[in-house]
Write a protein that binds this ligand. Structure first.
Ligand SMILES: C[S@@+](CC[C@H](N)C(=O)[O-])C[C@H]1O[C@@H](n2cnc3c(N)ncnc32)[C@H](O)[C@@H]1O
Length: 302
């Protein structure tokens, strides 16, 4: 399953942003409108002003001479199943470091070239290839065998992959064989009090036949609210759990005459007004627009 995701998103990487930019912008807007609700002590312009006034050291990396009463504030984001970096870019202005992890090396390449093109340093924003469900490697555990081991994290010394202030998964959980186990492992990488933040779709019933969904790496047709709550609780990030539906949108499926739906794997427009209009396409299938509800969920690590 993980391998199917890797192959699918490797193929999608070069067109992913053009296909989903509108949707991703909308999600970013919804996230930024809820910074207080997410509940992280984000960096703000005031923190930058502090840095500007800081005449104790030679630069921001010189911690030796810094006034200890004014330590440099760090807000570190782990963006899991980061893709090209939608979550990271939404939250980058309020953090000091974003580290993305994704199973698809091509998505990671796009993430990193976008970060470089924005003029961000490696320390400020970079992604690595990894799979929290892998059975071996730095991100994996040999104890459980939920998916084949695929990737070992390159670079990044492991201490940098722990102690995050926020761990985010944007549109990733429904692609994971075991969202619960991945969440458990993700929350292990949060500092106590750190926040787990998820966007995904509420349970929406099957869109496509199993084979086609598998080819798109779609393993769950959304997640029921109760399941999301239980997942946060189990992972140890249920403190102050909240889930809000922030919009609904349509995604295109194709339905055979004998009743199967074929999900195109897209996100839809997130907030479109499309109804259930179906269009014949002349090859024995009809296009079906299926409405999905987009949610944001947050909870703190105990
Ligand atoms: C729908 S995309 C979402 C990308 C991004 N978070 C965003 O907001 O646009 C799902 C991503 O999950 C990644 N993915 C799927 N299975 C994974 C796994 N086991 N571990 C890490 N990433 C995975 C895919 O490669 C893909 O980039």
């Amino acid at each position: 399953m993980a391998e199917l995701n890797r192959l699918h998103f490797n193929e999608e990487a070069s067109v992913y942003d053009s296909k989903h930019d509108k949707f991703n912008e909308r999600v970013a807007k919804e996230i930024r409108a809820r910074l207080d609700w997410i509940g992280v002590d984000w960096v703000s312009d005031d923190d930058d002003d502090d840095d500007d006034d800081d005449d104790y050291g030679d630069g921001e990396n010189d911690k030796s001479n810094r006034d200890p009463s004014r330590p440099k504030k760090e807000v570190r984001l782990l963006d899991y199943a980061c893709g090209t970096g939608g979550m990271s870019r939404a939250l980058a202005p309020y953090t000091t470091q974003c580290i993305g992890i994704d199973i698809s090396e091509k998505m990671v390449e796009v993430y990193n070239s976008r970060a470089e093109n924005q003029g961000l340093s490696h320390d400020e924003m970079h992604a690595i290839v990894g799979d929290l469900l892998a059975t071996t490697g730095e991100l994996g555990s040999s104890a459980e065998s939920h998916s084949p081991s695929l990737r070992v994290v390159e670079g990044a010394p492991s201490p940098r992959l722990f102690g995050f202030d926020v761990a985010a998964v944007g549109g990733g959980l429904h692609h994971l064989a075991d969202p619960e186990l991945a969440s458990d492992r993700l929350v292990q990488r949060l500092r106590p009090g750190g926040v787990l933040l998820v966007w995904d779709f509420l349970l929406h019933g099957p869109l496509g036949d199993r084979d086609r969904d598998r080819d798109h790496g779609v393993l769950h047709h959304g997640l029921a609210e109760d399941r999301v709550r239980a997942l946060f609780e189990h992972a140890g990030a249920g403190k102050g759990f909240d889930l809000v539906v922030v919009g609904s949108g349509v995604t295109r499926g194709r339905r055979c005459k004998h009743g199967h739906h074929h999900d195109h794997g897209g996100h839809g427009d997130g907030h479109g007004d499309g109804g259930d209009d179906n269009e014949e396409n002349g090859d024995g299938e009809e296009e079906v627009l299926v409405r999905r509800q987009l949610f944001l969920a947050r909870g703190e690590k105990y």
